[in-house]
Ligand binder design. Structure first.
Ligand SMILES: Cc1cc2nc3c(=O)[nH]c(=O)nc-3n(C[C@H](O)[C@H](O)[C@H](O)COP(=O)(O)OP(=O)(O)OC[C@H]3O[C@@H](n4cnc5c(N)ncnc54)[C@H](O)[C@@H]3O)c2cc1C
Length: 244
């Protein structure tokens, strides 16, 4: 099961973004930039930024998440978001004997599909272990046991599936997160990354409610850009994503 933990974020995130906006639009100096930035002023500066589409001040605050229970398929989609930093469990260094795997809901709900899926995962697991052993027996003739094991698993992993579960730490700034939500909260995104994007959005909205008040797919605050491929559910998406 997908687990997302917000393990750290910039303290006073909204105040920091507001101070950047204040620096742009007022005569305040460095020493008094945080003065008088109460909740009301902070919200005013944030709303001003949003109305102008001035997004670079959002880059001053970051959010770090620990994620587990997602598939390697999710990982491939997630890491297309280049404006973020990732540290991922390595299949070169960590053996995947008895690997955990993610089952898509459509497969889980279909008895025949589920049986075939689980049988395939079991076969892959066996192949991985056999390959590891065969390769290990060769490598250990010329190197120490630890190095031989590492060299064996780094090639054996080539048989592992997209379904294989992974774990990672990632850090996004707020501007990049807003872009991530526009792409991945959209109904056109795949279920797994949409679930991840939703989980992240609910967490960051708790700590930076004004910044993320209108976050979500593009149709929440403007027209749907998907043309003929639109899901046609703009109203439901607005109900789901616009902060109450
Ligand atoms: C529904 C859906 C379907 C998709 N299908 C495919 C697919 O079939 N094949 C595929 O390859 N990808 C696919 N993608 C991935 C998509 O093309 C993007 O790579 C991904 O969403 C990351 O978005 P991004 O580039 O905006 O994010 P980031 O990499 O985080 O970039 C953020 C923003 O920074 C700017 N930026 C970053 N790098 C550059 C650069 N080099 N030059 C100029 N500006 C830059 C852009 O404004 C960009 O929007 C799909 C995504 C979605 C949501």
């Amino acid at each position: 099961m997908l687990k997302v933990i917000l393990i750290s974020h910039t303290p006073n995130p909204e105040k920091i973004v507001a101070s950047a906006a204040k620096m742009c639009y007022s005569n305040s100096g460095a020493e008094n930039i945080l003065d008088k930035l109460d909740e009301e002023k902070t919200t005013k500066f944030l709303e001003h930024l949003t109305s102008l589409g001035h997004e670079s001040p959002l880059e001053h605050i970051t959010f770090t998440f620990a994620v587990e229970g997602g598939s390697r398929s999710l990982l491939a989609q997630l890491t297309r978001h280049r404006m973020a930093s990732y540290s991922v469990k390595s299949q070169r260094y960590v053996e995947e004997a008895d690997f955990e795997f993610v089952t898509p809901p459509e497969i889980a709900e279909n008895a025949d599909a589920k049986a075939l899926y689980e049988e395939t995962m079991a076969k892959i697991g066996e192949a991985y272990e056999k390959l590891t052993e065969v390769l290990y027996q060769k490598h250990v003739l010329t190197m120490d046991e630890k190095s031989a094991k590492k060299k064996a698993i780094e090639d054996a992993r080539f048989v592992l599936p997209n379904a294989c579960e992974t774990k990672l730490i990632m850090t996004f700034n707020a501007r990049s997160l807003l872009n991530f939500f526009q792409h991945r909260c959209c109904n056109r995104a795949q279920w797994e990354i949409q679930a991840l994007a939703d989980a992240i959005l609910w967490k960051v909205r708790e700590v930076a409610p004004t910044i993320f008040a209108k976050a979500g797919p593009k149709c929440v605050s403007g027209a749907c850009p998907e043309g003929a491929m639109s899901c046609g559910k703009r109203k439901q998406m607005q109900e789901r994503y616009l902060a109450k």
